[in-house]
Every structure is written in structure tokens, then in C-alpha cells.
Design a protein. Structure first.
Length: 381
């Protein structure tokens, strides 16, 4: 019995983490949240959380909710043992209408499944000890939009309800820091428009593959007239439609955008650009901060074990292109920054929490829009 009891305890790790400048201010909005993460998300929990929560002493009403909330998976594993069973309106049975969590309210934060305690936080303890919050949470984007200043980082000491990850070799840790610091430098060079910076990061990260010294060629950057608006509005909506098929959560927003594009004409593009600027000001600033926070959160360009740097660089370009499409068309009939936050947090739900990065690069390769010239022409839109 003793060993079973200890293995059901939530592991804890204490240490110093590098965090973005907004991290200390992050607090869940609870009932104020417009798009709660307790609604509509596929959530699985590990075996230790499942038996720990079922072992809690709770009143009958909460017991009933817990018994309805979790179902053991057909092929359970220690890490993915049970799944959350949503109510008819796609909500968590333990989530109250006032936005609060009944388990949290009655038994405290420590009683929650680890995923609920942590989301939207991403805690990393392999290449480096880092923590940030996902752009799929509207609070993250709201905090990023509090200031136009470039994202900065600081260190904080904290205890997290997770075991330490497997540590990677020191040389790899050093390469990780060297590469990411250079990426941040390129990304925050506001003397260039953001699309050129994304292209510069794409070129530089891709060059890491060849291990040869990177030579900045401004051939593309100097030629800003190469934007290909028609190709952009030809291929990106197709990818959006495919993504909707894989991600039901994207359907309402995606459908609205595809409907808008039904009677799209080239003039609309300029109108959409102007309107986006009217509502959010210099969108390059918010895109830069959203993208950079996402790259930090995802551990770019080390996020996929089996992907090459060139592939990760192509996924970055794809991320920017989808953000651009969603913002330009999605904001067409919207008037507020709250609309902008809601639209962008929805698309980041797909970018961060699905195999989006793999799918977008396979798509760009499939439509043969993966050469530097064609990518630059799309980025310039
Ligand atoms: S999406 Fe963010 S703010 Fe909203 S309920 Fe979840 S953690 Fe809280």
C-alpha cells in the first residue's frame, strides 16, 4: 500500500525559471473569461490524478460530478489514463456556471488534475528551465497587449507540480540558448517590418542545417513589391478549411472567415489591412509579441524531436501566414481589440495544441510554396 500511496502523490520540483515579463501578472480570469478552457477542450489525466481525485473526501454533490467527469480510456496508459466527459453543452461537469471550478472551490488548487492546475502554463525543464503561458488563453494575449514594448525575460524561483524532465546534454543546452537568443534578436529588430524579420529568422534557422556560415542576402528583403496577394488568398483559405475538419473548435470562426472570402476581391485586401490598423494600431507589434511568446512557449526551433531546423522554420512561416489570414479577414466586420484577442486566442488554440506545425509545413510543401522566393511573396502580403 505504502508504495501505491507515494506514487499517487503529485511530484513537485523547485527551481529558478526564465519567464516572460508578463508571467508574474498572470491569473486566470475565472468567471470573467469569454472563452473558458473548461469548455470544449479534450482533456486527459494521468492514473495518479484519477485515483487521487476519486480518493478525495467530498460531499455527495461533488462526488456525483467527479464520477460523471472522468472516464477511463479504452487503452489507458499511466500518463493518459482517463478523459474528461463533457456535458451536453460541451462543458466540464465540475465547472460551475459562475466560471468557478467546484473541485477547486471545495478542495483547493492542489486537488485539481495537474493539467487544470497548470493550463495555460507551459513548464519546461529539459533544454532549459523556462515557463510561460499559451496564446490560446485570452488572458495571455491581453497581458501581451498591455504594452507595445518588446517582450523581455526575467528569472523567478517557483515550485511546480511536475517531476523534472530528462536533462539534455550541456552542449545541447548551450546550443539551445545560443540559437534562441539569436532568434529573439532577429525577431525584435523593429527597424524592419515583421514579415521581413520572420523571413530572416526562416533563412537563419534553415541555414543551421547546413552548418555553413549564414550570409544575409538582402535580395528578397529589398524587393518589397513581390507580394503575391492572389496566391495568399488562394492557398491559405484551403488550409483553413482543412484545419476546420481536424479541429471542431475552429469551425465557427473558420466558417465566418470562409463566408467573408466568398465574395472577396483584391480591393478588399487593402481595406482589410486599413481596418485592422484602425482597430489594433500597428499589428506588427502585437504579431511580434504573440509570435515570440508562442516560439518561447513551444521551445522553437527544438519543439519537435523528429523535425529539422528547416522544417521548424517553414512551420514558423506557416504560423505567421495563418495569423495574418485570420486577423485580416476575421476582423473585417469587428471593431474592438477584444474581438482581436478572441479571434487570435481561438486560432492559437489550433496552433499551440494540435499538430498544426507539422500540418502547415506539409501543406506548403504539397502546394509547392516552400521556396524562399514564394514564401517571401506570401509573407509580404
Ligand atoms: S482560458 Fe485562460 S483565463 Fe480563461 S478560464 Fe482558461 S486559464 Fe482562465
Amino acid at each position: 500500500m505504502a508504495s501505491t500511496k507515494s506514487s499517487m502523490q503529485t511530484p513537485k520540483t523547485t527551481g529558478t525559471f526564465v519567464v516572460p515579463d508578463y508571467y508574474r501578472q498572470f491569473q486566470c480570469k475565472g468567471g470573467e473569461c469569454r472563452d473558458s478552457c473548461c469548455v470544449g477542450w479534450t482533456v486527459t489525466i494521468p492514473v495518479r490524478d484519477y485515483f487521487r481525485i476519486h480518493g478525495l473526501e467530498v460531499d455527495k454533490q461533488l462526488r456525483d460530478r467527479i464520477d460523471r467527469a472522468f472516464r477511463v480510456l479504452p487503452n489507458p496508459t499511466p500518463d493518459r489514463y482517463a478523459e474528461l466527459v463533457h456535458t451536453y453543452d460541451n462543458d466540464c461537469p465540475i465547472h460551475l456556471k459562475n466560471g468557478a471550478c467546484q473541485l477547486h472551490a471545495k478542495k483547493g488548487e492542489e486537488a485539481l488534475p495537474t493539467i487544470c492546475r497548470l493550463y495555460p502554463r507551459g513548464i519546461r525543464m529539459d533544454y532549459a528551465w523556462e515557463a510561460s503561458t499559451a496564446n490560446s488563453c485570452e488572458k495571455t494575449l491581453e497581458l501581451l497587449m498591455l504594452s507595445p514594448d518588446p517582450l523581455t525575460f526575467e528569472t523567478i524561483k517557483m515550485t511546480v507540480p511536475l517531476p523534472q524532465d530528462q536533462v539534455v546534454p550541456i552542449e545541447t543546452q548551450e546550443e539551445y540558448h545560443r540559437i534562441r537568443n539569436h532568434v529573439w534578436m532577429l525577431f525584435q529588430n523593429r527597424s524592419m517590418p515583421l514579415f521581413q524579420r520572420v523571413f530572416r529568422v526562416y533563412q537563419w534557422v534553415s541555414s543551421l542545417e547546413e552548418k555553413n556560415s549564414f550570409v544575409e542576402d538582402d535580395e528578397f528583403l529589398s524587393n518589397t513589391e513581390t507580394k503575391n496577394v492572389d496566391l495568399f488568398f488562394e492557398i491559405m483559405p484551403v488550409f483553413l478549411r482543412e484545419s476546420m475538419g481536424r479541429n471542431p473548435g475552429l469551425v465557427p470562426l473558420g466558417t465566418a472567415i470562409l463566408d467573408q472570402l466568398e465574395e472577396f476581391c483584391a480591393n478588399d485586401y487593402l481595406e482589410m489591412k486599413e481596418h485592422l490598423a484602425e482597430v489594433v494600431g500597428d499589428s506588427d507589434i502585437w504579431f511580434e509579441k504573440f509570435l515570440m511568446n508562442n516560439l518561447f512557449f513551444r521551445q522553437f526551433p527544438f519543439q519537435e524531436k523528429n523535425a529539422t531546423f528547416t522544417e521548424e522554420a517553414l512551420s514558423l512561416v506557416g504560423t505567421y501566414l495563418l495569423m495574418r489570414l485570420i486577423a485580416l479577414v476575421g476582423m473585417k466586420n469587428k471593431q474592438t481589440t477584444i474581438d482581436f484577442v478572441d479571434i487570435m486566442s481561438k486560432v492559437f488554440g489550433v496552433i499551440v495544441h494540435t499538430r498544426f506545425e507539422r500540418n502547415i509545413r506539409l501543406y506548403l510543401q504539397h502546394v509547392e510554396v516552400d521556396s524562399p522566393a514564394s514564401l517571401f511573396a506570401l509573407l509580404a502580403v
